[in-house]
Design a protein around this ligand. Sequence first.
Ligand SMILES: CC(C)(COP(=O)(O)OP(=O)(O)OC[C@H]1O[C@@H](n2cnc3c(N)ncnc32)[C@H](O)[C@@H]1OP(=O)(O)O)[C@@H](O)C(=O)NCCC(=O)NCCS
Length: 433
Amino acid sequence: MSKLKSTLKQKIEEHRPRTTRLLKEHGDVKIGDLTIGQAIGGARGVKCLVTDISYLDPMEGIRFRGKTIPETFAALPKVPGSDYPYVEGFWHFLLTGDIPTKEETLEIVKDFQARAEVPHYVFDVLRTLPRDTHPMTMFSTAILAMQRDSVFVKEYHKGIGKMDMWEPMYEDATTLMARLPRIAAYIYRMKYRGDTHIAPDPALDLGGNFASMMGIPHPYDDVARMYFILHSDHESGNVSAHTTHLVASALSDAFYSLSAGINGLAGPLHGLANEEVLRWTQNLMDRLGGKLPTEEELKAALWETLNSGQVVPGYGHAVLRKTDPRYMAQREFCLKHLADYPLFKLVSMIFEVCPPILKEHGKAKNPWPNVDAQSGVIQWYYGVTEYEFYTVLFGVGRALGVLANITWDRALGYPIERPKSVTTAMLEEWAGK
Ligand SMILES: CC(C)(COP(=O)(O)OP(=O)(O)OC[C@H]1O[C@@H](n2cnc3c(N)ncnc32)[C@H](O)[C@@H]1OP(=O)(O)O)[C@@H](O)C(=O)NCCC(=O)NCCS
């Protein structure tokens, strides 16, 4: 058993009695009330999911395993010559809550390298799809196609006990994580780089290998590491995390579950927003003949979007009530590497001009930017200008969080999810009382 797996096993065994005790001794303790507004309104604020992997405070933003983004970046072992940590070390941290040593991290790098080979049929499946298929459809299809390899399914059919089910889930999750960067880079180069491909470099870490397969030099490897870590987890209620968890709760394996979560990420109100942000921003620059708008022109463009009933992409959030720290982390990268880049200047202008307008408009509960408002500009700067691909990058990152979560779901024996629905007439009756 790998060091990570045995640490995880120990953590799971230590954790289980806490969940058991809460259920057995305190299962009736109330942790909230439910309103009609919440039942109709997308279950906002309803506390009915449990995860220890990340927590989203509305005012502070995300903490991974109790650490803020800067604390996480500072604590994890860094790739030599790089400003950002190994994604593999972060995977250890998400799964166990412990910061791995350099040696432990390198062991995971090796484990990923050993699992990284993508079966050839996956590329065959991708190649049969029409080339103009959306890259998210391709990504989700590739993940689903690999379901035949699920260790969980094989163990399940052998008759594995409930308490042992996390082990094959962990195996599938790790294999998926190891393979996803290759699949994403393959889709990218098949669709947008004349179907020319760069073989994986077995000596590189996940972020470095991804940059290499994309064909983009340093510091794009750091962009990849930063990007995957920042997009990994945002507690459990967001569409991609919740969908993955929901599907997994039926004892579906990691391939079925992640593919479903990726489909949720493909929605314009969720992951696709980063594609929309760049489209919106580029359209504005195009309309102005490629130059930066004046403050007045920008205000007019924002009002035009709002008055036509559209959302300003990259702004607002279902939970956050301040600027997303993931936005700030990427802004920091931009200030270091592309401070004078016109598109970044425009994104910075929107950061200044948009929040007061959204406040005046009076609808969005959060007028501040989210992660998606900043990420596209970095990709564009490094030559990834095909913005429909951006959500695939988000998906590789998001996989870290949701796969760690469903491994723990199995470890703690969470049951099949089945909330109760009511009818409109019932709500009307309760409203009348
Ligand atoms: C993220 C988002 C889906 C959250 O939705 P939510 O929890 O329903 O947000 P709110 O409670 O603040 O929404 C209240 C109203 O404000 C509107 N609103 C929210 N964000 C807005 C934005 N960026 N621009 C314009 N209007 C917005 C909503 O559409 C809603 O309008 P309605 O009452 O007419 O339906 C929403 O802010 C949004 O659509 N943002 C733009 C897309 C985006 O960036 N998504 C990525 C999220 S990480």
